[in-house]
Design a protein around this ligand. Structure first.
Ligand code: CAA
Length: 240
């Protein structure tokens, strides 16, 4: 039986590349998405990968969504916590809502999804959880106290849960992408982005597929000794 993977935010950007590659590697993939029905339908039509809609920041919705997947598709073996949003602004301009929304979705989403998927993985004695952090959670970023705090939280969450999963055969790892060619990065004002790209030693933005390959590596059957680690994929921009 093929392993079953759930990828949050899995119909667009980095998440779509992860969904595609895991499927190519033989897993049964289910993509979660939060809002863009049109993109999700196009993604399913093109790839045949089922897409389930719910907000990962909503605790009950995650429990219900994962229960639905388990009854319709099967037990979740691999969870990729990829869904995330930005609400950039310097602290003096950032609203409490901008803070809360990013914490709720980016960090809260990892907790909510792990609460839904981790118990079954432990019971079955095998699981892979891969959390998508960020270079900006490692190094900080001007205009992102919310996002940097949430992503930094993901790195701590990963190391803590890795210790809890280890004896039960559940590995928990993070990937810290740098600046990747996605809609999220395209929303950075061009003059600001130009300065950022100038500081990437490899000299370009990353591609979503380059992050997906890291996820596939950590999700593999023979990756059982890798847990609690963070794989930085950032073109050399930050060496951590
Ligand atoms: N360090 C120091 N000063 C900086 C700075 C930096 N990195 N960036 C901007 N400033 C300064 C500017 O020079 C300017 O100073 P002056 O007024 O003296 O000229 C001042 O800060 C205000 O800058 P802005 O005009 O840019 O301010 P703004 O309020 O219009 O916008 C901002 C602020 C929203 C933070 C904008 O600069 C921005 O979008 N920055 C990019 C943030 C970023 O990298 N986001 C990543 C999104 S992608 C992602 O998050 C994915 C991932 O995981 C990597």
């Amino acid at each position: 039986m093929a392993r079953i993977a759930v990828v949050t935010g899995g119909t667009r950007g980095i998440g779509a590349a992860i969904s595609r590659l895991l499927r190519e590697r033989g897993l049964t993939v289910v993509a979660n998405y939060g809002g863009n029905d049109e993109k999700a339908q196009a993604f399913t039509k093109e790839t045949g990968i089922a897409a389930y809609k719910w907000d990962v920041g909503d605790h009950q919705a995650c429990l219900d969504g994962c229960a639905k997947i388990e009854s319709e598709v099967g037990p979740i073996d691999v969870l990729v916590n990829n869904a995330g949003v930005t609400r950039d602004g310097t602290l003096h301009k950032m609203s409490f809502d901008d803070w809360n929304e990013v914490m709720r979705i980016n960090l809260g989403g990892c907790f909510n999804m792990a609460k839904a998927a981790f118990p079954g993985m432990r019971e079955r004695g095998w699981g892979r959880i891969i959390n998508i952090g960020s270079i900006n959670g490692q190094a900080g970023q001007y205009g992102q106290v919310n996002y940097a705090a949430a992503k930094s939280g993901i790195h701590g969450f990963t190391k803590a849960l890795a210790q809890e999963g280890a004896k039960a055969g559940v590995t928990v790892n993070a990937i810290a992408p740098g600046y990747i060619d996605t809609d999220m990065v395209a929303a950075v004002p061009p003059p600001v982005l130009e300065k950022i790209v100038a500081k990437i030693p490899v000299g370009r933005l990353g591609q979503a597929e380059e992050i997906a390959r890291g996820v596939a590596f950590l999700a593999a059957e023979d990756a059982g000794f890798i847990t609690g680690s963070t794989l930085s994929i950032n073109g050399g921009q930050h060496m951590y």
